[in-house]
Ligand binder design. Sequence first.
Ligand code: ARG
Length: 461
Amino acid sequence: ASVSLWGGRFAGGPSPELQALSQSTHFDWRLAAYDVAGSRAHARVLHRAGLLTDDELTAMLEALDRLRADVEDGTFLPRLGDEDVHTALERGLLERAGDELGGKLRAGRSRNDQIATQVRMYLRQNARLIAQQVVTVVDELISQAEAAGAAVMPGRTHLQHAQPVLLAHHLLAHAWPLLRDVDRLIDWDVRAARSPYGSGALAGSSLGLDPAAVAAELGFDGPVENSIDGTAARDVVAEFAFVAAMIGVDLSRFSEEVITWNTKEFGFVRLDDAWSTGSSIMPQKKNPDIAELARGKSGRLIGDLTGLLATLKGLPLAYNRDLQEDKEPVFDQVDTLTVLLPAFAGMVRTLTFDTDRMAELAPQGFSLATDVAEWLVRSGVPFRVAHEVAGACVRVCEERDIELWDLSDEDLAAISAHLTPAVREVLTVEGSVASRDGVGGTSPRRVAEQLEAAKERATEF
Ligand code: ARG
């Protein structure tokens, strides 16, 4: 028979329709191991408070161990009528410890503090795994940046040619946001590391139980400061959801470039066969599906965050059943990132760049015009004038359909007396990137420095 946690004041069981709406075991069963761990810790504080004898504690822990083993090997499963993971495991405990002993464990706790604690345990563990997977993607970006050496590419703003940059510089510009996402997960954990266990339904317990002992046993830094807050707040869950969505967005930004770079028109990258797909009708096709799925799944990760925030916004204190809806969004995020990140890492690892093509395009589109202006500034011309002069060079080139370096000495002199033939030293991509030598700039020396810094950060985690 199924177990009811509130039989006393009810004339009968819930309607089948309510049961169908209410049941959450199809998604919260993944918390079963954390529920059993919480029960073990709770049994110990009941014992310390004199509410379980030595023998009862031993028997309770033994029953919980058997329950855990049966959950692990799948011999114990939730069934229809078990409202949620807690209810199902209560039934499992009663079946193993007997009604009399098993019935003692519920004293001083509520599903409200249990679920709030278990969600945190689950997310903390998965945040560590996700952080490792993100670092793996970063490692692949770093390896590609290292392999790229001094290769150049067109740097863009507004998707237009802007200034030449090192390919390594560009790749590392995708590594840093991901490293910050890992930082965010680590910083988030400081707030997630407080245990709501002992908050009871909302007001705490009258039974002399020790929330700090439970917190320590479950790997938390300590108990929550406020039992109402502990059972009602989900900002910790929402903050996790934000970081997960941000990781999705950061992968998506790179994905968009991989997809574009992989077109015939760009021709900057080639995808490895094992990390791309074909078409069922067009024999020639090789599609960047991993990048597209990353871009698509980032929408889903954002939706999970948005849905969760909408669920939370109108809730009065303390626990409301709406909070049952906090789990599926973050479970979906964990599942999504867990399959996405390893595939993404493999795609990055096996990308090959057509650096000749990138180098050929790097100076086109008048991307050296800023170099002309800055060269003039270095010889004492005010930037306002320098900007005008460089702009005039571009106009002349556009009219004649030539590039900046095609201007003759006479052309240059006709545009401005300041433009001596020496300006040609910055009219090469190599000269351009070498001149951007401030910290964080794209000169080979600074990028090499940056690469070392990124490596060091990535190995800190
Ligand atoms: N399954 C619920 C949740 O996920 C926990 C149970 C609390 N239910 C209640 N009636 N107080 O939030």
